[in-house]
Design a protein around this ligand. Structure first.
Ligand code: SF4
Length: 312
């Protein structure tokens, strides 16, 4: 397996709007983007391999429809590299707005329907997955797991939230010192991580220009294209104001806080997936199915892709 050295700062890669923006305007930053696929594309690749194998089907016999807050996910599903299963990993993408319209047109009374459990084995989610929808959520979900795996101690923040990276400010930053465990379980002073979160591409651009001017020393940066993150996504029900974003954010945090399972690495479904199918994290199979690569894109046919020189 071709393992490349990690380049700092690392940028998150779950937002296809941000990935396209980087491919068009910041090709020099592509090595800094995490190779981790978005949740949509991970799910598609696993549904057509792990799940297909469990139900005795071939990848091409499974039709994957994802429901997303996002119009950029429609483009992402069509990227030619998103066929790790041997077929298109995601066949169709509906936005939440489109699904809502279909439910109304079909006369389905959702509130009158009984609750059901999601299908297994891919139906068990953690609170860490819920908060991906909010700006700052991907960073917090990653921190919850990194802290616990590195230190062996519980995540120390109140209600498990890293307060400086929650909320609707355009750019947020926080420094977190993670104590490093030594074999005899004494703790050294630790490693301080400098983290930043930007939502909305104008805010991301401002952060990138500061970074290129050498004004910060971030290790990890989360970028979400839509204001507020996916709670304000282009495929969400209209119209999204800041009051609507705050209400959605509150609902997402309530969902997370109401769960016993709040960290990805504690999810038994994830553990079973690695045990039964993938082997180890970042092993050969997980690298093939769950990671990807990026391409510089020209702004118009025939143009040479090049890094943006100045802030807009
Ligand atoms: S932030 Fe917007 S563009 Fe990015 S994944 Fe969420 S909905 Fe899609």
């Amino acid at each position: 397996m071709d393992k490349k050295p990690v380049v700092l700062p690392q940028f998150t890669s779950c937002c296809p709007g941000w990935i396209s923006y980087a491919e068009y305007f910041h090709a020099d930053l592509l090595p800094n983007l995490s190779t981790t696929k978005s949740p949509q594309q991970m799910f598609g690749a696993l549904a057509k391999t792990y799940y297909a194998q469990k139900i005795g089907r071939r990848p091409e016999d499974v039709f994957v429809v994802s429901v997303m807050p996002c119009t950029a996910k429609k483009f992402e599903a069509q990227r030619p590299e998103m066929n790790a299963s041997g077929a298109a990993d995601v066949d169709a993408v509906l936005t939440t707005r489109e699904l809502g319209r279909m439910i109304v047109q079909s006369g389905i009374d959702f509130m009158a329907m009984p609750d059901e459990q999601a299908d297994q084995p891919l139906g068990l989610g953690s609170g860490a997955a819920d908060i991906f929808a909010n700006t700052g959520g991907v960073m917090e979900a990653a921190l919850r797991t990194v802290w616990c795996v590195v230190t062996g101690r519980p995540f120390p923040f109140e209600k498990m939230h890293v307060a400086p990276i929650a909320g609707l400010e355009g750019v947020k930053e926080v420094s977190v010192t993670i104590p490093i465990a030594v074999p005899e379980w004494k703790f050294l002073e630790g490693q301080t991580l400098k983290l930043a979160v930007a939502h909305g591409l104008a805010n991301a651009e401002r952060l990138i220009q500061q970074m290129k001017a050498g004004k910060n020393g971030y290790h990890f940066i989360e970028v979400m294209s839509c204001p507020g993150g996916c709670i304000g996504g282009g495929g969400q029900p209209r119209f999204t104001t800041d009051d609507v974003r705050r209400a959605r954010m509150k609902a997402i945090f309530a969902e997370d806080e109401g769960k016993q399972l709040r960290m990805s690495h504690e999810n038994p479904a994830v553990a079973a997936l690695y045990r039964e199918f993938l082997g180890q994290p970042v092993g050969e199979k997980s690298h093939h199915l769950l990671h990807t690569h990026y391409h510089p894109r020209p702004l118009y046919p025939g143009a040479t892709p090049r890094p943006r020189a100045e802030s807009n």
